[in-house]
Design a protein around this ligand. Sequence first.
Ligand code: DAH
Length: 339
Amino acid sequence: MEKKLRELLENAKTEIDLADSMDILESTRVKYLGKKGELTQILRGMGSLSPEERPVVGKVANEVRETIQVLIENAKAAIRDRALERQLESEVIDITMPGKEIELGNKHPLTQSFDELKNIFIGMGFKIAEGPEVETVYYNFDALNAPANHPSRDMSDTFYINDDIVLRTQTSPVQVRAMEKMKPPIRIISPGRCFRNDTPDATHSPMFHQLEGLVIDKGITLGDLKGTLEVFVKAFLGENTKIKFRPHYFPFTEPSAEVDASCFKCGGVGCNFCKGSGWIELLGAGMVHPNVLRNGGIDPEEYGGFAFGMGIDRLTMLKYGIDDIRLFFENDMRFLKQF
Ligand code: DAH
């Protein structure tokens, strides 16, 4: 019996060596080790052995079973390895091939300006307020104390949706909207789009951007306005920047001023940039008119305030030396990528 077992092992070895697929190995396993396999067959004859022979043959039988099992497992592993190797070979990746560059975009220069301005004013305790771009004539003109015959109301200057509704020509209407919604002290800025019936050229666009500012509290003075604008201008244009107030007229502020900053290119000496004057026109500002306070539901006897408004397109053009406002809105990547 022992001899039979050894023969069986030899036969199995030869078959396993020749097997070149998982299927063949599996049927080899069944053939030798399965319930009806050859090993079981031989072991059936154990009954006829003497009690001394039985353990000896049993031991050999176990060795033979284990050996065949190990050989089959190894052969299966080898086939799996070979298959994986073949797959890897057929799926080689050329790691020397240059990858596809992922292009990170950048923020539009106007968005960058707005971000910077918001940061500066938020740092001074301002909150951001927003108002609609499609605005009523009331908020855009009447509530802001604009006289009935003010030229800016003209159809040739303002886009009318109908008699009562316009595309806002300024961010100032947010002043009255904010007063209606909030209780003093109020400290807001309002960035956004404005629209005027202008023919596009290098310095005009029918759609442009402003940033409005409004502060309302008890005892606010022109000194507060100056101080606030000074902090802002130094942060935005540089520590050495000076500002200058020129008397001006706006319906919604009294007194009103236009504010200039010393030229940030030449420091105020005079250069091409500031057209030799040393100053750059920056924004409009003033003390909030009592009528506007009243329209916002605020008692001018108790509260006062200041407001300012600036054009962001022009400021951004100055900052980067851009000579045509239309470039902002043409979405030409060659332009936008430079910022
Ligand atoms: N809204 C004005 C304009 O579009 C700018 C302005 C001037 C805003 C004076 C203000 C201000 O808040 O106080 O020309």
